[in-house]
Design a protein around this ligand. Structure first.
Ligand code: THU
Length: 160
């Protein structure tokens, strides 16, 4: 038997003002998107902003539904829209933020597993890492240099 150790290196910024200027402005767009989320059932708003290599920024937020599983997370709303509108563009950076109407969200809130798998598809397709920054409504911001850091042992098409 052998053991397999998986390590991830992330960077942590104390708050949004410590981020490089371009990421602050991407995060501001994610915050705007978060404020427009349609989340009447969970009262948990999530916003995403994606910077593409054609300089366009695509945003998304969570869209809920009375039939709960029919709703979609912010990250997938944004990345599927980016894929639909700019199919040839590469995704450079993603900024994510979440806030709850029920509690303080002052810790970084990472994307859910399903969204990580969805983002992985694009990272593998474009053969270039996607930088991911995530935060709550305030406080620390975590940076990952690639989606792969957030989803070790991901499921990929080479096994099909
Ligand atoms: N949500 C996201 O938008 N992204 C995630 O990564 C996790 C959860 C949304 C889905 C649902 O509308 C609400 O947050 C509560 O789960």
């Amino acid at each position: 038997m052998k053991q397999l150790k998986i390590e991830t290196l992330l960077e942590v910024y104390d708050n949004i003002s410590k981020l490089p200027q371009d990421i602050q402005s991407l995060m501001d767009k994610a915050i705007d998107a978060r404020n427009n989320a349609y989340a009447p059932y969970s009262n948990f708003n999530v916003g995403a902003a994606i910077l593409l290599d054609n300089t366009e920024v695509v945003i998304g937020n969570n869209q809920e539904n009375a039939s709960y599983p029919s709703g979609l997370c912010a990250e997938r709303t944004a990345i599927y829209y980016a894929g639909a509108k700019y199919p040839k563009a590469k995704i450079l950076k993603m900024a994510l933020t979440a806030s709850s109407q029920n509690k303080v969200t002052d810790k970084p809130i990472p994307p859910c597993g399903a969204c990580r798998q969805a983002i992985a598809e694009y990272e593998i397709k474009q053969e270039q890492p996607i930088e991911i920054y995530f935060m709550g409504a305030e406080g620390k911001v975590v940076k990952s240099n690639s989606l792969a850091n957030l989803l070790p042992l991901l499921f990929e098409s080479s096994v099909l």
